[in-house]
Design a protein around this ligand. Structure first.
Ligand code: NAD
Length: 507
């Protein structure tokens, strides 16, 4: 990075740019010129303006996607994969710029956002490889008949994402829809749209016009995408509340839609008494994603269920480790943890801190504005609550912030009941050196993704998604690839070959 970029990344990466939407290969403002401010959570100051798409903009983006789709499908996996290769090269080239845009706009530390781009690369490479192996079946159901299946893309896919991993979501989430021959209209979250709009230049270079379109704005353009009759498939990442609205609005549109929902989590990390405590403390802190996105992660282990034998020592060590965290400006390389995404979200998380104290839990550390951090930023030091009971709000509801609730347990069945007592079931993790305990417990935990002696990591090819209110569908895997296609059966009645041959000879 140049000295100027280090000293003033906003002047280097944001001020000289105009952030436009990408519709049909053109960089455009919103219809009517509506704009919203992009805020820097590290200072609370506005740094740029982004287009606020109207419903007409969304309709134009859907029409562009629809027009581009037949030629895109006709390219085949190899042709589409060549565009992915180019896209990957461009992402690598623009890594620093995109990571900085994310740090400036989302408050996530720049070092973590560089990693988010790096961990996007296996997805850019992996989807074309996986798509090459998609094959239908020949079904030996009845003699004298041939049945086979094939897959067809839906056409236009609407992709709506949450605020917490902006560039990674933009770089990876549309890919399985694209490689299977669909065209996409992508809508990032309004709080953190800069890196997606910044990335649109790379998209325009790598993909034919209209194949991937980007519209910015909030609930209204999101709703327009959900209700558009030409969007048959919606893939959504966000809150349970919005997920339910999307299911309702899709039904009200009068068109049957295929909807996948990646929603919230209140994930249990279970520590057995034989766990290596130091490793588990590291795992819990790492698994909270404090230093990636301030704990604003669906997969964070925000409920740590610690066997009473280890409980006090776990709380002491975790709090000690977190007190040493450098909380500060997100685009400073020395920062461990940046600010929360917005003033409204800071307010929401602060209310949970108050609720925890009111309900009788002990706030062991955190929840403060760090000394020396800019006064206007939305900072909060990482918080640990002890003496948490299962009926408290901080033990039941997704906080989506840097707050870890630690609950004690004594008996095995009590622990399983505690772990499964919330209405979310995204992830869980089990920490023990006993193989029977690990696998039997993993089986009993009601969650879509369970780690043993690990936390938070995703691996391309392994299905990610939740049970209960955490969503429907699985991502990052074969299941997701197939979810962007409809199955078609071709049935042929096979007539007697001798009779058929005789007919040809006699004609
Ligand atoms: P949100 O639900 O407020 O917004 C998500 C997206 O939906 C945004 O782009 C928003 O503009 C759009 N939106 C809002 N109202 C809409 C409507 N009526 N119709 C269509 N689109 C609409 O969520 P958020 O605050 O951005 O993100 C936090 C939530 O996302 C948390 O609950 C978190 O757990 C969840 N999340 C889940 C995963 C996962 O993989 N399971 C990953 C990241 C975040």
């Amino acid at each position: 990075m140049s000295d100027t970029a280090t000293q003033d990344p906003i002047a280097t990466y944001v001020r000289p740019r105009a952030f436009k939407m990408l519709i049909g290969g053109e960089f455009v403002d919103a219809d009517g010129g509506a704009l919203s401010e992009a805020l820097d959570p590290s200072t609370g100051e506005a740094v740029a303006e982004i287009p606020d798409a109207s419903r007409a903009d969304v309709a134009r983006a859907v029409a562009a996607a629809r027009a581009a789709q037949p030629a895109w499908e006709a390219l085949g996996v190899d042709g589409r994969g060549a565009c992915f290769e180019r896209f990957g090269e461009l992402l690598r080239e623009h890594r620093e710029e995109l990571a900085m845009l994310d740090a400036i706009d989302s408050g996530n530390p720049v070092a973590a956002m560089r990693v988010d781009i790096d961990i996007s690369m296996p997805y850019v490479r992996g989807w074309p490889q996986m798509a090459r192996w998609v094959a239908g079946e020949v079904i030996p159901a009845t003699p004298g008949n041939l049945h086979y299946t094939s897959f067809r893309p839906y056409g236009v896919v609407g992709r709506i994402t949450a605020f917490n991993h902006p560039v990674m979501f933009a770089a990876t989430r549309p890919l399985p829809a694209l490689i299977t021959g669909n065209c996409v209209v992508m809508k990032p979250a309004p709080q953190t749209a800069l890196s997606t709009l910044g990335m649109a230049r790379l998209v325009a270079d790598a993909f034919p016009p209209g194949v991937m379109n980007v519209v910015s704005g909030g609930a209204d353009p999101g709703d327009a995408l959900v209700c558009d009759p030409d969007v048959k498939r919606i893939a959504f990442t966000g809150s349970v509340q919005t997920g339910l609205v999307i299911q309702r609005r899709a039904a009200e549109s009068g068109h049957v839609k295929h909807i996948s929902l990646e929603l919230g989590g209140k994930n249990a990390m279970v520590l057995f008494p034989d766990t290596d405590l130091e490793e588990a403390v590291e795992g819990a802190i790492y698994g909270m994603n404090f230093n990636v996105c301030q704990g604003q992660s669906c997969g964070s282990n925000s409920r740590v269920l610690v066997h009473r034998r280890l409980y006090d020592e776990f709380v002491t060590r975790a709090a000690e480790r977190l007190r040493a965290y450098a909380v500060g400006v997100a685009y400073d390389d020395a920062t461990d943890m940046g600010p929360l995404v917005s003033a409204a979200h800071h307010e929401r998380v602060s209310r949970y801190l108050e609720a925890g104290v009111q309900d009788g839990a002990t706030l062991v550390t955190g929840g403060e504005h760090p000394r020396g951090a800019p006064a206007g930023g939305y900072y909060m030091t990482p918080a640990v609550f002890a003496d948490v009971r299962s009926d408290m709000r901080i033990a039941r509801e997704e906080i989506f912030g840097p707050v870890m609730s630690v609950l004690p347990w004594d008996g095995y069945d009590e622990m399983i009941e505690l772990a499964n007592s919330v209405d979310l079931g995204l992830t869980a993790s089990v920490w023990t050196n006993d193989l029977d305990l690990a696998h039997k417990t993993a089986d009993l935990l009601d969650a879509g993704y369970v780690w043993v002696n690990d936390s938070t990591r995703h691996y391309f090819g392994t299905p990610f998604g939740g049970t209960k209110n955490s969503g429907t569908g699985r991502e990052e895997s074969k299941e997701e690839l197939l979810s962007y296609m409809e199955t078609k059966v071709v049935h042929t009645r096979l007539r007697d070959p001798r009779a058929a041959f005789a007919r040809i000879i006699s004609s």
